[in-house]
Design a protein around this ligand. Structure first.
Ligand code: P6P
Length: 341
């Protein structure tokens, strides 16, 4: 366009990962190669989701996964794609997938030093409705000398080396963060087949009057949770009540909360005493992203989510995550004391 400044400072994910690698003199390139396998699986999954309706990939695959969810064809294809990408990278020693009952050990990747947890298509029940779904992932490094055991992945989120998610919406948006690092957002340019850095150093607004929870469960909530959400709907003198925004796809609700602020919650309740969302591949990776973006993430006991140790690979937890001040406010109301962070 006449006079429009062309942005020549294009940083691709590939360049970003290489620049990260050279910052660490001891880096062998293994982590970079693992991330290339990750980005390849995201691009492949994005491709299939975009074409799903066209080639009738929507609908059920006629099978169900470990947690009893009816599997959609795309669940199965995405899971197979992800497993193959991890195996062929040769850098992944073991993989936990929402779609797999047991840990997958890649014993022929004998020098692999990473353990990956993932939900290949989180929110898949929304797929046929065209709602944004996503892939959530977390990467742990094996203990020194370990060949890969379940202890290498049954660790608190605070030990994650990297975590993030890719939301398959109007475009594929990848959000990734490293332990102690910033949160960076990339947008897939389908023409180039490259993820482009579009949201450097994402920071959650400190507060925002938006709450995101499935109120259909309020019958089962503990009283303190009910009181908290009801308090958001009252208009404090001169103030305004909060807005409700709930998509029912964690990746989409998380991405909006990351950009706009507010609080997302899936509380443990009388129906699901341990909560619904899984620690390894939903709560912990999201908690790392939210903390590194300046927010907070707590479980239903108001403990810091990143300190929760999963008892088994599909263990669940209640979760509240969002703007720093909104989580502080929640903590003060629910426990009458400070929040978890
Ligand atoms: P509900 C999708 O099935 C999912 O695992 C998350 O993506 C989402 O946040 C949650 O469950 C939605 O659960 O009970 O509100 O439909």
């Amino acid at each position: 366009v006449e006079g429009e400044k062309v942005n020549t400072h294009i940083v691709t994910l590939t360049r970003f990962l290489t620049e990260e690698q050279v910052k660490h003199k001891e880096a062998t390139g293994d982590f970079t190669l693992l991330c290339h396998a990750l980005q390849f699986s995201f691009k492949s999954i994005a491709y299939y989701i975009r074409r799903a309706t066209l080639v009738n990939l929507t609908g059920l695959a006629g099978s169900s996964n470990t947690t009893g969810d009816e599997q959609k064809k795309l669940d199965v294809i995405s899971n197979d794609l992800f497993i193959e990408a991890m195996r062929s990278s040769g850098r992944c020693a073991l993989l936990v997938s929402e779609e797999e009952e047991d840990i997958i050990f890649f014993r022929d990747s004998e020098n692999a030093r990473y353990a990956v947890a993932c939900d290949p298509i989180d929110g898949s029940s929304n797929l046929d409705a065209g709602v944004s779904v996503g892939t959530i992932f977390g990467i742990h490094k094996l203990a020194e000398g370990s060949k890969g055991t379940k202890e290498d992945i049954l660790k608190p989120g605070s030990e994650l080396l990297a975590a993030g998610f890719t939301m398959y919406g109007a475009s594929a948006q990848l959000v990734i963060t490293m332990r102690g690092g910033s949160v960076n957002g990339f947008t897939l340019d389908n023409g180039l087949g490259e993820f482009i850095l579009t949201h450097p150093d994402m920071r959650l607004p400190a507060k925002r009057s938006i709450y995101s929870v499935n109120e259909g469960n309020s019958l089962y909530w503990e009283d303190n949770v009910k009181n908290y959400f009801n308090s958001l709907k009252e208009a404090p003198e001169g103030g305004k009540p909060y807005s409700a925004r709930y998509i029912g796809s964690m990746v989409a609700d998380a991405y909006r909360t990351l950009l706009y602020g507010g609080i997302f919650a899936y509380p443990a309740d009388k129906k699901s005493p341990k909560g619904k969302l899984r620690i390894l591949y939903e709560c912990a990776p999201m908690a790392m992203v939210f903390e590194n973006a300046g927010g907070q993430a707590l479980n239903s006991k108001m403990e810091r989510m990143l300190e929760v140790v999963p008892e088994h690979i599909h263990d669940k937890s209640g979760i509240f995550m969002g703007s720093y001040d909104e989580v502080e406010k929640l903590g003060n109301q629910i426990t009458g004391g400070a929040g978890g962070g």
